[in-house]
Design a binder for this molecule. Structure first.
Ligand SMILES: NC(=O)c1ccc[n+]([C@@H]2O[C@H](COP(=O)([O-])OP(=O)(O)OC[C@H]3O[C@@H](n4cnc5c(N)ncnc54)[C@H](O)[C@@H]3O)[C@@H](O)[C@H]2O)c1
Length: 257
């Protein structure tokens, strides 16, 4: 069952803009009933009104119960999309404890909490779909930001664990790992984003296209930038060579001031 068809009950977190809004629109176009979550209530409402969905504003960590109620008691597809980017991690910079804590909370623990709330029902029904918006940073790394790189690895690891643990019980999991996508987050990513993400950045709609192709082909790993597969292979096959290449980019970034 594709679960992306007419009548599917879908939740998308962080859907007040960017990738989440594009994914929410795409599900609604396919006839799904969509809950639009965002920390920003105004943005959630505006997207929900546009697509005929229901806004459930608030923190992505605690959206499942209210969303389930809004959808009449069932969630078929849960898109854990909300994410935060925080700079930093280099010695000499003040340690941003709050930035690290927020990154863990939104980029990893919100997924863990949602899965915990969704699984009892999904296992009983023998079906459910969990879509994790990770990042290529979860397979590789992101120049200039340790909190983002580390927590996106965590999100990817959790999605893998979920998939291998429950795939024989009807639970489908997808991990979307794009490089740059033209959203507010890319605009806020500063000179590192300009150097490594912007030149090959794609539109949020391209990510939604890749997700629906991945769902139709029943694939766990969804790479809206196909070249990421090669980088991921290179990282696994020759770690030092890959790290030296990434360090050259780091030095290039440092040279930009
Ligand atoms: N833009 C990129 O280049 C890029 C690349 C790879 C992965 N991603 C990932 O895609 C996802 C979506 O990012 P985007 O680029 O669309 O960014 P965006 O900033 O356009 O949208 C993110 C949305 O999430 C909301 N949000 C933040 N914290 C939240 C929380 N705790 N609960 C609910 N909503 C919250 C924000 O209000 C915002 O509307 C993120 O997980 C991000 O890490 C983005």
């Amino acid at each position: 069952m594709v679960q992306a068809e007419q009548g599917a009950k879908v939740v998308v977190t962080g859907a007040g803009g960017g990738i989440g809004a594009a994914v929410a629109r795409r599900f609604a176009d396919r006839g799904a009933q969509v809950v639009v979550n965002d920390l920003d209530a105004g943005r959630a409402k505006s997207v929900a009104d546009e697509i005929g969905g229901v806004a459930v504003p608030g923190d992505a960590s605690s959206v499942v119960e209210e969303a389930r109620e809004a959808l009449g008691g069932t969630i078929d597809v849960y898109c854990a999309n909300a994410g935060v980017g925080r700079d930093g991690g280099r010695p000499g910079e003040p340690l941003d404890e709050q930035g690290w804590a927020l990154s863990w909370d939104v980029n990893v623990m919100a997924h863990v909490r949602a899965a915990h709330a969704l699984l009892p029902d999904w296992l009983e029904r023998g079906s459910g779909r969990f879509v994790s918006t990770v990042s290529a940073a979860g397979l590789l790394t992101m120049i200039g930001t340790a909190p983002y790189s580390v927590t996106k690895h965590g999100a990817y690891a959790f999605a893998e664990w979920l998939s291998l643990t429950y795939r024989h019980r009807g639970v489908k999991v997808h991990a979307i790992c794009p490089q740059g996508v033209r959203t507010d987050m890319l605009d806020a990513s500063g000179s590192a984003g300009d150097l490594v993400l912007r030149p090959t950045a794609i539109e949020p709609d391209d990510v939604a296209d890749a997700l629906f192709r991945g769902i139709e082909e029943d694939r766990f790993l969804i790479l809206p930038h196909p070249e990421v597969a090669e980088y991921y292979r290179a990282r696994a096959a020759e770690p030092d060579r890959w790290l030296s290449g990434m360090n050259r980019i780091q030095q290039q970034w440092e040279a930009t001031g």
